[in-house]
Design a protein around this ligand. Structure first.
Ligand code: GLA
Length: 430
């Protein structure tokens, strides 16, 4: 192949399947904090002032994000979910924050968050009402988009409750245009496919052109069964959803629940590793004011965040499954590969897995360099296709590694990496 043809192949392999929403945002998966899973619709500020949905909560979270290294690690958006507004719009028909819980109003809160070098996210709904019964945006898309822009909001999570499913596409796309027309860059987080799946297979080309990320599946709960159900759904639909992901638009498997109550440490490592492999937004829903040091270290692990934020922006696939192990692989820039091995057997002790059985291991010919990131950081040095490295994986835990090919023959490696590994999407049975 000539050099030019080779370059063309590389460029076309690197471009995502469809055009992303052209607002210049979410070129890497969004990182931040979102209140829902941890704080839900707690509006009782009289008896629970520390945990209720109020301006105080976001201000405190922003303070901690700056002080405790979260911002430095890359977490940037502080996001409000449902239950922030007053039940009535104002005299001009604009949404307004609940006056008791947000006495300063959203604009002032945005100023505070910006003064910390962070960004503010807000929540609304494409239909008549939000999921928790607050005013919806149906009939008010332009007005609400302008209100959010006037308040200097940086992200909108747009839910899909109380909406005629046949009109979801129209609604999501009209709000996208309304946001664009404000002239303020507002990252647009959708739930369009989640609400559309019961009706028909969503059009991911249209979704990618409309939204910066999109929820496909149920809300995450603080439990391993919930995290597993999200992984299972993603793997079952990967041929449909993975090609849609890329810089500017991402599949959103919902919040990280690391640092809460329901996941063991191994399970927290699995969520972090797999969310990085899935190129998911990393939106934590936890209490950063009170989080155990191990969870904090995991959420701030630079090597995992680097996988999540890899500049090539390709989402990974589940590439092999068997013997109660799953292998998930994500192609990274510079021909590298991230490999996650999940032990799905929830009994017994640590089990060994021969990493040479991972489909992507073929990039180790003639040689590769291997780094283990989870459960412990370990440089495993130079390996070959024949190497037999056994990694130990705890029940419901994950081993996470990066593999860097060593070769001077770029073209051959490229072929192996891209065509050998990732065009073929049939599962290998281990
Ligand atoms: C839906 C969404 C959640 C959350 C709640 C709020 O269930 O999927 O993420 O926003 O609504 O009511």
């Amino acid at each position: 192949m000539s050099r030019a043809a080779c370059l063309l192949v590389i460029i076309s392999l690197m471009s995502p399947a469809a055009e992303a929403l052209d607002n210049g945002l979410a070129l890497k998966p969004t990182m931040g904090w979102l209140h829902w899973e941890r704080f839900m619709c707690n509006i009782d500020c009289d008896t629970d002032p520390n945990n209720c949905i109020s301006e105080r909560l976001y201000m405190q979270m922003a303070d901690v994000m700056v002080k405790e290294g979260w911002k430095e690690a890359g977490y940037e958006y502080v996001c409000i979910d449902d239950c922030w507004p007053s039940h009535q719009r104002d005299a001009q028909g604009r949404l307004q924050a609940d006056p008791k819980r947000f006495p300063g109003g959203i604009k002032k809160l945005a100023d505070y968050i910006h003064s910390k070098g962070l960004k503010l996210g807000i929540y609304a709904d494409v239909g008549d009402k939000t999921c928790a019964g607050y005013p919806g945006s149906l009939g008010y898309y332009e007005k609400d988009a302008q209100t959010f822009a006037d308040w200097d909001v940086d992200l909108l999570k747009f839910d899909g409750c109380f909406m005629n499913r046949a009109l979801l596409g129209e609604g999501y796309s009209n709000m996208s245009k309304a946001l664009n027309n404000t002239g303020r860059p507002i990252l647009y987080s959708c739930e369009w496919p989640l609400y559309e799946w019961p009706l028909k297979q969503p059009n991911y080309t249209a979704i990618r052109e409309t939204c910066n990320h999109w929820r496909n599946f149920d809300d995450v709960f603080d439990s391993w069964s919930s995290v597993k159900s999200i992984l299972d759904w993603t793997a079952a639909h990967q041929d449909i959803i993975v090609p849609a992901a890329g810089p500017g638009g991402w599949n959103d498997p919902d919040m990280l629940v690391i640092g809460n109550f329901g996941l063991s440490h191994d399970q927290q490592e699995s969520q972090m590793a797999l969310w990085a492999i899935m190129a998911s937004p990393l939106l934590m829903s936890n209490d950063l004011r009170d989080i155990c040091p191990r969870s904090k270290e995991l959420l701030q692990n630079k090597r995992i965040i680097d996988i999540s934020q890899d500049s090539m922006g390709k989402q990974g696939y589940r590439t092999a499954k068997g013997n109660n192990f799953e292998v998930w692989e994500r192609p990274l820039s510079k021909n590298r590969l991230a490999v996650a091995v999940l032990n799905k057997l929830e009994t017994g002790g640590p089990r060994g897995f021969n990493i040479g059985a991972a489909p992507g291991w073929k990039i180790c010919g003639p040689q590769c360099n291997v780094t283990q990131i989870l459960p412990q950081y370990k440089e495993m040095g130079v390996q070959t296709q024949q190497s037999k490295i056994i990694v130990s994986v705890n029940p419901s835990g994950t081993a996470l590694l990066t593999v860097t090919p060593i070769s001077s023959d770029f073209t051959r490696l490229h072929k192996l990496n891209w065509q050998g590994t990732f065009v073929r999407r049939k599962h290998t049975i281990l």
